[in-house]
Design a protein around this ligand. Structure first.
Ligand SMILES: Nc1ncnc2c1ncn2[C@@H]1O[C@H](COP(=O)(O)OP(=O)(O)OP(=O)(O)O)[C@@H](O)[C@H]1O
Ligand SMILES: [Mg+2]
Length: 318
């Protein structure tokens, strides 16, 4: 069996945060023992409410944030043994909000070529300009925009620039953190379809982080649902949408019926607010919001159970 292109093994991230005046620093477990496998050519969707730890996972995968515990493997090699340059060659990000992530004072050609120039992979100016032309064509940007600046581009064009900047490195994995949430709905679909087409053409592997379950259903081959730093359910996309088993996944899916995607976070109808990760609830951390919770849930943290290719971390999975 070939190694997964990306494997995350029991990864934890603890931040030390100030708990208020005179209270000193306290530990915030942003990511708490997350394991995920991303085989070549697959699309993993990582979903969950704001603050559950999605971006922290992304930062550790990109080598931008140190892990407190655990290990990440890229094609079977431990990340701690791979140079930052090689990590960047293999995994490239596409971040949220093309309005703030592109330097307004640089031309589009300079922005797109930044990763290869920064890592000394650009060659001569003629060479890197040729690479820029090529990748602009791949993402459907007209060549004339090369000498323009970000404020002269539409939101969709800017996000294509962000995709081009990732692809110029010829990465194996593209990690998208809310790639379309700042865009109009009609433009969102264009960018998502572009990403899907590129996956086929360039044999890419994706990790897509989003609040938007419709995006996940459209894009992902497998879905991991995150809650307070843990993966509470993970399954193939069709199976998860057909029969969610964790009460949290069920609540998320029920709220998808809200038709207006600009509303942002799905309304979970869970009543109780999302807990403070500095003071996570005892037992199952979801129990205060769970319709199924009993005394056991309040006292004992559930272990993940794997059944027919699905992981559920719940005492009473449906
Ligand atoms: N640099 C940091 N220092 C301290 N705490 C942090 C830091 N970065 C993130 N956190 C905390 O870690 C938790 C997870 O944050 P993270 O950004 O990973 O969430 P997220 O799932 O990406 O949320 P969103 O959907 O809003 O982007 C949050 O409680 C956040 O406040
Ligand atoms: Mg985030």
């Amino acid at each position: 069996m070939t190694e997964p292109t990306l494997q995350i093994e029991d990864v934890t991230k603890i931040y030390r945060v100030s708990a208020g005046a005179f209270k000193g620093k306290r530990a915030l477990k942003a990511v708490n023992g997350v394991s995920l496998k991303v085989p070549k050519g697959s699309v993993l969707g990582l979903v969950g409410e704001s603050g559950c730890g999605k971006t922290t996972v992304a930062k550790m995968v990109l080598g931008l944030e140190k892990m407190t515990g655990g290990e990440i493997y890229i094609a079977g090699k431990s990340m701690s043994s791979i140079s930052p340059k090689d990590i960047a060659r293999r995994i490239q990000p596409v971040f949220q909000d093309p309005y703030s992530s592109l330097n307004p004072r640089k031309s589009i050609a300079r922005i797109i070529s930044l990763p290869i120039r920064a890592l000394g992979l650009a060659g001569s100016r003629t060479e890197w300009e040729a690479k820029v032309d090529e990748v602009m064509e791949v993402v459907g940007l007209p060549p004339r925009l090369k000498h323009n600046y970000p404020n002269q581009l539409s939101g969709g064009q800017r996000q294509r620039v962000a995709v081009a900047r990732a692809l110029i490195m010829r990465p194996e994995v593209v990690l998208c953190d809310e790639p379309t949430s700042a865009l109009d709905v009609s433009v969102q679909a264009q960018i998502l379809n572009l990403l899907l087409n590129l996956r086929r053409e360039l044999n890419l592997t994706y990790v897509i982080i989003t609040h938007d379950l419709a995006v996940v259903e459209h894009m992902a081959t497998r879905v991991a649902v995150m809650y307070l730093g843990r993966i509470v359910e993970e399954a193939d996309t069709a199976a998860l949408f057909k029969r969610p088993r964790h009460p949290y996944t069920q609540a998320l899916l029920a709220s998808v019926l809200i038709p207006d995607p600009t509303l942002g976070l799905p309304e979970t109808h869970l009543g109780v607010a999302y807990p403070n990760p500095i003071d996570p609830p005892a037992g199952c951390t979801f129990h205060p919001r769970c319709p199924r919770a009993d005394q056991k849930c309040a006292a004992v943290a559930p272990h993940p159970v794997v059944e027919s290719d699905r992981l559920v971390e719940c005492h009473y999975p449906d």
